[in-house]
Design a protein around this ligand. Structure first.
Ligand code: GLC
Length: 411
């Protein structure tokens, strides 16, 4: 068991120079993909905003405080997306923030700010590099983009590319102190042997023995990363669902398909109830600030989490699905019932040791609720610790507009 097994909630940050143009990260330069909108942008037009990157409103301390206030336990930042732009200082290339008008090491500032708030640090790193000459770089003639059919490098090119890619990983895991998660992406473009996944893993674990690596470095992986959905049943090993607030990872004002705060809170409850983590994405704008739509969703969630967060971070999955109509979590002797559907007067929990129920409260207010218990007559006579049902009366005014959480305390 590690901290990650019960972290439950983290912040994903997708940001790059292209956020100045208000377009998704990387994909517009290859023409989009099956799930992201088509784009007729040329590669040069997409990459042109690297020259003007100067995010004067980048305030990592404020973002870290937001994450902390939401009860998030960790954050994962895009150090280099598929477009190859380094948000950190690197000796391998001059295509990065070091050579922008801004100049500062954004990854370093992210790490310092989030660590100062006590959050664990994750680094997103794309194996794909559509700008590296030896990858080889993606050009307009390569369009349309086809999964698994990218232009192959010569063996010499690939050796040079790998040397730089390994060096970037070494820089990221050497220059910023303890890194808790290495979050790869883009593995689909090459075979595991081509990435030298085993050697890369050895390098990583040598530099950071306690680090966790996601499953997108082919053949490697301490945890699974379902994307944009909640698995129906918990995967057998540790897992984390990553999810956007609209449909885009990067700042994209044309995408107005916002999830409601209630939807996101429900997703968080569903994920926690299955024992997973939710890595919720924010998309800084080109100037580094967070758009009002995202701030509004996070603000509404923060209101809910300030009263109900106890039922999320650091918990284990609670009851079995047949015991209660909704997700639930537990910590010690307390079971947290997440009411994601509006109850009619009462809710019932089944298959619990009814004589040990001490108290039921509305978690956010502490309001104590009355309850009755039942089990089979024979059990009630002869069994000192019978299992049965607990029916909890729930007044209308106890219902929260996002999700009501009840705390069931057992002795
Ligand atoms: C996908 C996309 C990428 C995004 C990632 C996040 O792999 O290619 O744009 O960063 O998912 O999980």
């Amino acid at each position: 068991m590690t901290w990650f097994d019960s972290a439950r909630f983290g912040m994903f940050i997708h940001w790059g120079h292209s956020s100045q143009q208000g377009v998704e990260l990387s994909w517009p330069m290859v023409g989009g993909n099956a799930t992201l909108p088509e784009s007729d942008m040329t590669v040069a037009a997409y990459q042109s905003s690297a020259a003007t990157f100067n995010p004067g409103h980048w305030d990592p301390a404020a973002l870290a405080r937001t994450a902390k206030a939401l009860g998030m336990q960790y954050a994962v930042f895009t150090t280099k997306h598929h477009d190859g732009y380094a948000m950190f200082h690197t000796k391998t290339s001059d295509f990065g923030v070091e050579h922008s008008p801004f100049g500062r090491d954004i990854v370093g500032e992210f790490v310092d700010a989030f660590r100062a708030e006590g959050l664990r640090i994750g680094l997103y790193f794309s194996l794909i590099d559509w700008r590296h000459a030896d990858y080889p770089a993606f050009i307009d003639e390569d369009k349309p983009y086809r999964f698994g059919r990218s232009r192959p490098p010569t063996p010499e090119q690939w050796e040079r590319f790998l040397a730089d890619m390994f060096e970037q990983v070494r820089e990221l895991l050497t220059n910023y102190g303890k890194i808790d998660v290495m979050w790869f992406d883009g593995g689909w473009e090459r075979a595991p042997e081509q990435w030298k996944a085993t050697e890369l893993e050895a390098l990583i674990r040598g530099l950071q023995p306690e680090i966790l690596i996601n499953d997108r470095l082919p053949t490697v992986g301490d945890f699974e990363t379902p994307e944009q959905f909640v698995p129906a049943q918990a995967p057998a090993r540790t897992w984390e669902t990553c999810m956007t607030l609209n449909e885009s990872w990067g700042y994209n004002p044309s995408d107005t398909a916002w999830k409601s705060p209630r939807q996101v809170v429900h997703t968080l409850c569903e994920v926690a109830g299955r024992g997973g983590n939710l890595l919720l994405n924010v998309s800084p704008m080109g100037d580094g600030s967070i758009m009002p739509e995202q701030r509004a969703i996070l603000g509404a969630m923060q209101r809910w989490l300030s009263g109900n967060g106890e039922s999320i971070a650091g918990t284990e999955p609670g009851l079995e699905p047949w015991q209660f109509y909704g997700p639930s979590t537990k910590r010690g002797n307390t079971t947290y019932l997440h009411l994601l559907m509006r109850p009619y007067e009462s809710v019932t929990v089944r298959g619990v040791p009814i004589k040990r129920v001490k108290r039921v409260t509305v978690l956010a207010s502490g309001q104590e609720l009355t309850f009755t218990t039942r089990c089979s007559i024979v059990d009630s006579w002869f069994n000192r610790d019978p299992k049965g049902e607990v029916t909890i009366a729930l007044p209308e005014d106890a219902i929260d507009s996002l999700a009501t959480v009840l705390a069931l305390e057992m002795s």
